[in-house]
Ligand binder design. Sequence first.
Ligand code: OKV
Ligand code: MN
Length: 236
Amino acid sequence: MRKTYFIADLHLSESRPHLTQLFTDFMQQRAPEAEALYILGDLFDFWIGDDESSPLIESVRNHIRRLTEKGVACYFIHGNRDFLLGEKFARSCGMQLLPTYQVINLYGTDTLLCHGDTLCIDDVNYQRFRRKVQQKWRQKLFLCLPISLRLKIAARIRLQSGRDKKNKPAQIMDVNPDFVRQTFEQFHVERIIHGHTHRQNIHRIAPHFTRIVLGDWGETASILEVNQEEYLFRRE
Ligand code: OKV
Ligand code: MN
């Protein structure tokens, strides 16, 4: 049976080795059954440039490369954490980078794929942060710094962001329903698949729109399988 997998928000880091194990299991056992794997952002908890190397990064690189060498197409949309992941890393594992919004025809249904952060327009502070770090000149400047300094800056930004998050109401961290409707119409799709909010769910929105939200990975993996007949979440 033809099938496609979607994952997002693994937030892999050296500090949570259990997640890397879940990813490794998925890449070896499930992923090879698919014709395609879409990673919809925040595969890594942070990313400071393709020139950084670590046992974690090399392990992920090898697993993706082994998968693409088996003939499984692998696509990546940036998340808000790993937005600096570049062509160099992608090429080294045979993975294709996609733009912020990508429409695909998925077994007959026009489907919009995105990470999901751009749908959360009520989180004004985050959107301001995003506009800043998305500026090309800022990214170029950051990437010119030595890795050790980038790591320090990134750690400090994460520390500050963790503090800010504690004072944020849950509502503004979710998607904006009106903006979601507009997005369906703008892209002429009846289905959107995204992650980011960590609120795994399938929302049926009148009249005929479906928004599928991927879950984050924690105790278990969260995998969306889509085939010619149905879509279903796997937690394993
Ligand atoms: C990613 C988020 C940390 C949210 C910095 C220019 C600048 C890139 C960067 C540094 C941080 C990514 C690359 C990271 C996302 C956080 C904290 C909150 C809400 C610059 C370009 F400004 F310094 F010049 N960064 N890292 N956050 O640690 O991966 O998304 S990160
Ligand atoms: Mn995210």
